[in-house]
Design a protein around this ligand. Structure first.
Ligand SMILES: [Cu+2]
Length: 329
């Protein structure tokens, strides 16, 4: 059993070990397949009456499998990093700790993920181990997608001016259902997955405090550059961001098992849903089914919790559920 830590808790040697393992995986030619998997899974995953469009729903996004697919994806990368250095695990970036000044987050330090891109240099990242100038993190030219020239790109705040707040995250934790029909990315589709993925915008819920993409999506858009594309794992911060998404899911699972054990199922659909999104469907290209990745302790890891974190039963008592047909006070 190993622990995935908050990026703020990493010691300097732990930061270095994580970065070194990533650079080594890249140098061995074993990192880029993760980029390709994330791109390939953008094929449509739809029912016969739905649009054959990966922007409607695909194997890993805009549908229920979003969370299990990315859990498996992180697990596979982490397994390869741990084969290089068994002390390494993926750290999580809790961006709600950086809401007031996301560009000043410790994530962007010189010896960790490096900083923002430089506009005069086509938004290339100029500092840190993954900077184009260092030559150790080659990223191809995505000119056709609007990012001309090779090298890792970021453009903080260019397309959206803020990142999610703790209150935004509470809206997700208050969802009682995991996902509901039509299991889509409509702003009106109710459930934890669609809320956390970021598609429940102000159009779908007037309590949402900012316009535009929310939660998971909003962080991708705020970072900008390579994080905007279907090949977003080109930016290693992808894994720190998705590690936090995975932690929030694990927290929600524990909360629901405590607060609502006999209520809504904690995963849906069980069957007859879109291909690849049912509980016993395989998580491609991984080795597990969705059911097999629902429990992180079965996968062998846990998440560091802040020392003052309320336990699930205390949290369940204070949380105002968003949709609560089965909730009993
Ligand atoms: Cu993402």
């Amino acid at each position: 059993m190993f622990v995935r830590k908050n990026v703020r808790s990493l010691t300097a040697p732990e930061q270095l070990a994580f970065v070194t393992a990533l650079l080594e995986l890249k140098a061995k030619g074993k990192y880029d397949k993760f980029v390709h998997w994330h791109h390939q899974v953008m094929q449509p995953a739809v029912l016969p009456f739905e649009p054959r469009d990966g922007n409607y729903r695909n194997g890993a996004h805009r549908g229920p499998a979003f969370l299990p697919w990315h859990r498996e994806f992180l697990y596979q990368l982490e397994t390869e990093l741990r084969a290089i250095d068994s002390s390494v695990s993926i750290p999580y970036w809790n961006w709600t700790e950086d809401t007031s000044d996301p560009a000043a987050s410790p994530v962007w330090s010189e010896d960790f993920m490096g900083g923002n891109g430089v506009e005069a240099d086509e938004w290339r990242v100029a500092s840190g181990p993954f900077a184009h100038g260092n030559g150790r993190w080659p990223v191809p030219d995505y000119g056709a997608e609007g990012l001309p020239g090779p090298g890792l790109k970021r453009s903080f705040g260019q397309f959206i001016d803020s990142i999610p707040t703790p209150a935004d995250l509470q809206l997700a934790l208050g969802e009682v259902f995991y996902d509901t029909p039509p299991y889509s990315a409509s702003p009106f589709t109710i459930g934890f997955r669609n809320r956390l993925e970021g598609f429940v915008t102000r159009r779908g819920d007037s309590r949402v405090s900012t316009t535009g993409s929310q939660l998971h999506n909003r962080v991708h858009v705020w970072v900008g550059g390579n994080m905007l594309l279907m090949t977003s794992p080109e930016d290693p911060v992808f894994f720190l961001h998705h590690c936090f998404i995975d932690k929030v899911w694990a927290d929600w699972q524990e909360l629901q098992q405590t607060a609502n054990p006999d209520g809504a199922p904690h995963y849906a659909p069980l069957r007859d849903g879109p291909p690849g999104h049912n509980i016993d469907d395989g998580v491609r290209p991984g080795a597990h089914t969705i059911r097999e990745v629902l429990d992180i302790s079965a996968l062998g890891y846990s998440y560091e919790q802040p020392p003052d974190a309320p336990d699930a039963s205390a949290m369940a008592r204070t949380l105002r559920p968003v949709i609560s047909p089965f909730w009993v006070d």
